[in-house]
Design a protein around this ligand. Structure first.
Ligand SMILES: Nc1ncnc2c1ncn2[C@@H]1O[C@H](COP(=O)(O)OP(=O)(O)OP(=O)(O)O)[C@@H](O)[C@H]1O
Ligand SMILES: [Mg+2]
Length: 432
């Protein structure tokens, strides 16, 4: 049944009520109702009309049984019942007409079951148990049901490695190609490029959110975010560079909470300093896309970031992405980099100067402007991995080669900086 929602709290609803026309049926019904833990007083004398009358002025129960015996036009009366019944109520009809067409029409109009009189206790018990299971099952279109949501933070090990390029491309990919309502939160408050990359003005949304965290709600999100696509909303700022960031981070938590309700995907462009200042940002994050270059400094900071995640956010699945990879001009080879971070690189994105320039010129996400490129193919594969990562529960062992379960020693202890540099010197001038 699906009448417009009445202003009654779900907690005020009775688990069960019945409106039955004859004493003989009530006598069979009451013991079964007691057996199921419900109140026998909720078995009322009277049929469908009484049910409509009394439910028009009170909250409807979770499970409702109505007797159609005295109804001249059961289908019409059932429609009247639908108008006063709240969403989710499971209705069982009883009657004395043994007609399969009536049964099918009743089911088509939203009735859960139709039982023929005289009732047998066992049939009644089975039907009430089934109704209870239907009532408790999650509803596909229930706005209160927990939404499936994946939050990913994209974090660069060093400045300029391409974290923001990845963040906008991933958000674009999720929103347009995977048709998922997506939020892009650019937490590079002063220097962010999330809006710029898509040729949009950042607006004041993020600045307002930081100044007034208590104002953040669904409506605020709708008004403050800028739309890059039907499915892609961006919250960013270009805060004046003479005004330092003044926040305790409450706004970021509130925003994440609202995003979880309103979107299926959240991408956070997360500068490294934000992780240091607001470690709780990771509480609601599922995946960390650690973006790096194959350099010595990046190797050190990849190790430090992975170690930080392991200690402070063990529930997060890290994915290592090496960007701007030029196989003939590597500071550290892939295998040395992997040996030093004690795990494999998950995705290698080639250096693509022309692609980066094209995206900037068109004001499009890299992956949109360069759909056919090798770099875009890697970003698409990354987006699929992130989507799949959502099914890995926190604490699950990751048995992939180089996955998070393979780290044995302390990560920083495993980095022999000198050995890496010596190799680098030896390899100078040789393709990796
Ligand atoms: N695979 C790539 N090939 C060539 N250029 C790239 C590639 N990825 C990103 N770039 C370019 O590198 C520059 C820096 O990228 P981006 O702003 O995404 O890095 P970032 O890590 O977010 O930097 P910041 O530390 O400033 O936040 C941009 O001009 C971008 O177009
Ligand atoms: Mg950036």
């Amino acid at each position: 049944m699906n009448a417009p929602w009445k202003n009654t709290m779900p907690g005020n609803r009775d688990p069960f009520a019945a409106y039955v026309c004859d004493e003989a049926t009530l006598d069979i019904l009451r013991p079964v109702v007691i057996e199921l833990g419900w109140l026998p007083e909720k078995c009322n004398r009277g049929g469908l009309r009484n049910a409509v009358q009394s439910l028009s002025v009170s909250a409807s129960p979770n499970i409702l049984m109505v007797d159609l015996s005295e109804s001249g036009d059961p289908l019409n009366d059932i429609n009247a019942l639908a108008e006063v019944c709240e969403p989710g109520t499971v209705v069982i009809a009883i009657g004395q007409v043994n007609d399969v067409r009536l049964y099918r029409d009743l089911v088509a109009s939203g009735i859960h079951d139709y039982l023929l009189k005289p009732l047998a206790a066992s049939v009644l018990r089975d039907s009430l148990n089934a109704a209870q299971a239907v009532f408790s099952a999650p509803k596909a279109n229930d706005p209160d049901a927990a939404k499936h949501h994946v939050a990913s933070a994209v974090i660069g090990t060093r400045g300029g490695v391409g974290a923001s390029t990845l963040a906008t491309s991933l958000a674009w990919q999720f929103a347009t190609k995977m048709a998922k309502p997506t939020a892009l939160l650019d937490l590079d408050i002063h220097f962010g490029t999330g809006a710029l990359a898509l040729d949009l003005e950042p607006g004041r949304g993020l600045a307002d959110a930081i100044d007034n965290p208590s104002r953040i709600d669904g409506l605020f999100i709708e008004r403050a975010m800028i739309r890059a696509h039907d499915n892609l909303a961006i919250l960013s700022a270009e805060a004046p560079i003479n005004s330092p960031l003044m926040t305790d981070g409450a706004a970021f938590l509130q925003l994440q909470e609202e995003f979880r309700q309103a979107f299926e995907m959240t991408i956070i462009d997360l500068p490294r300093n934000m992780l240091i200042n607001f470690p709780h940002l990771f509480n609601e994050v599922n995946v960390a896309v650690v973006t790096t270059e194959l350099t010595l400094a990046s190797a050190r900071d990849t190790i430090r970031l992975l170690s930080w995640l392991k200690t402070n956010a063990a529930h997060v699945t890290p994915i290592i992405v090496a960007n701007k990879v030029q196989s003939n001009a590597l500071e550290i080879s892939k295998s040395d980099f992997e040996a030093s971070i004690e795990r494999g690189i998950d995705f290698l994105i080639p250096f693509d100067q022309a692609g980066a320039a094209k995206a900037a010129k068109l004001g499009q996400a890299f992956v949109e402007a360069n759909g056919q490129s090798k770099a875009a193919a890697q970003i698409r594969a990354l987006s699929e991995r992130i989507q799949g990562a959502s099914v890995i529960e926190p604490g699950d062992g990751d048995s992939r080669p180089g996955g998070k379960g393979t780290g044995k020693k302390s990560l920083l202890g495993g980095l022999d900086l000198k050995a890496l540099l010596a190799k680098k010197e030896k390899q100078a001038g040789q393709p990796a």
